[in-house]
Design a protein around this ligand. Structure first.
Ligand SMILES: [Mn+2]
Length: 349
């Protein structure tokens, strides 16, 4: 039976870099999402299962809504909570595997440490424009649903994996399914034939998809839905079919907002026929965190890259608008900034 759709020539190279006593640390990006946490914990779990010393390090805490992915099977350390543990882990790391981001700058406060590490570094990612020069081995594929899917095909070719994947641990299967599900918005975008093939194989292996879906989508606090209502009520429709929603600190306080609770909000305005692009802003330290989603034919990536100090995928990207760029930190100035930027963007193309 043919069990691998993709086999990367680098897979053998990666596993040859991991000896019995290699200390492997898997790292992902700031504000980790389901794909970041799913892919790193799955890979770490496979390495532990095959008797290696593996741990996951993230710049920020795992949001409550995704905490089910932190099964405790391997260590998961976050730099915002436990700086010294992260620093000592990275200091004794022999091999760094960076997943679901394309450059060290996406690792926030960890960026400096990661850049300074002299051990071999591997990148496994599905974003555009990977910083190849910073890594010894790069597996970068953009026409794939998620890093979790990429990880699935890498593990399918891992030494010791049975041809029918029958020894892929249950926790690995669940984490990969969860990561792919969140990145595709439950099979709504970035879905390829390989994505269904992966899902099909995982189901055949007995993964409880209903359980995974229920843990991802049916475990939110009431506040998330109340906040969603307020965001949709306040949504602005700007010229050129641009929808904009802004979450400021006052509104966060009103709903006792917790990290991860605005996940998916940015997708909702695309349900409106005339909306071509949806932009969601969330207040952060001295900037607005920007999420951009677009319908086919409009490049969220180009818009985020040109105007919001960011980028990502063609239809899903992110970035930052510093309060100083927008004039000040008020909602009104942010809205004016978005209106001006998108007017220029759509007038140019
Ligand atoms: Mn991803």
């Amino acid at each position: 039976m043919e069990n691998t759709i993709f086999s990367f020539r680098q897979t053998g190279q990666i596993f040859r870099m991991i000896n019995d006593d290699t200390v492997v640390t898997l790292v992902s990006h700031t504000h980790p999402d389901g794909d970041a946490i799913g892919s790193t914990t799955a890979f770490a779990q496979w390495l532990s299962y095959t008797c290696h010393d593996a741990a996951v390090v993230l710049p920020d805490a795992v949001p409550q809504s995704l905490s089910f992915l932190d099964t405790g099977f391997t260590d998961l350390l976050t730099y915002d909570r436990d700086r010294s543990a992260v620093e000592s882990r990275l200091a004794r790391t022999d091999l760094l595997i960076c997943m679901d981001f394309n450059a060290f700058s996406r690792a926030g406060d960890l960026c400096g440490i990661l850049c300074g590490m002299t051990c071999p570094k591997i990148l496994i990612d599905h974003h555009l424009n990977p910083d190849r020069d910073s890594f010894d081995v790069v597996i970068s594929k953009t026409d794939i649903s998620s890093t979790s899917e990429l990880t699935f095909w890498i593990l399918a070719n891992a030494p010791g994996m049975l041809p029918d994947l029958g020894n892929m641990p249950h926790g690995v299967c669940e984490a990969l399914l969860a990561g792919m599900t969140t990145d595709t918005n439950n099979f709504a975008n970035s879905v390829y034939p390989s994505t269904f093939a992966m899902a099909s194989k995982l189901l055949a292996l007995g993964v409880d998809r209903d359980g995974v879906l229920s843990r991802i989508y049916n475990m939110y606090r009431e506040n998330r839905l109340r906040l969603m209502g307020e965001m949709l009520t306040g949504m602005k429709i700007l010229p050129h079919g641009v929808a904009c929603m802004i979450l400021d600190t006052d509104t966060m306080e009103k709903y006792d907002f917790r990290d991860g609770e605005s996940e998916g909000f940015v997708n909702m305005p695309l349900a409106i026929a005339d909306v071509r692009m949806s932009i969601f802003l969330k207040a952060d330290r001295d900037y607005w965190r920007v999420s951009v989603r677009s319908k086919a034919g409009t490049s969220a990536n180009l818009c985020a890259k040109t105007y919001f100090n960011g980028g990502g995928h063609e239809q899903a990207a992110g970035g930052k608008i510093f309060y100083s760029e927008a004039g000040d930190g008020t909602v009104q100035s942010a809205l004016r900034f978005i209106e001006k930027a998108t007017d220029e963007f759509f007038s140019r193309i």
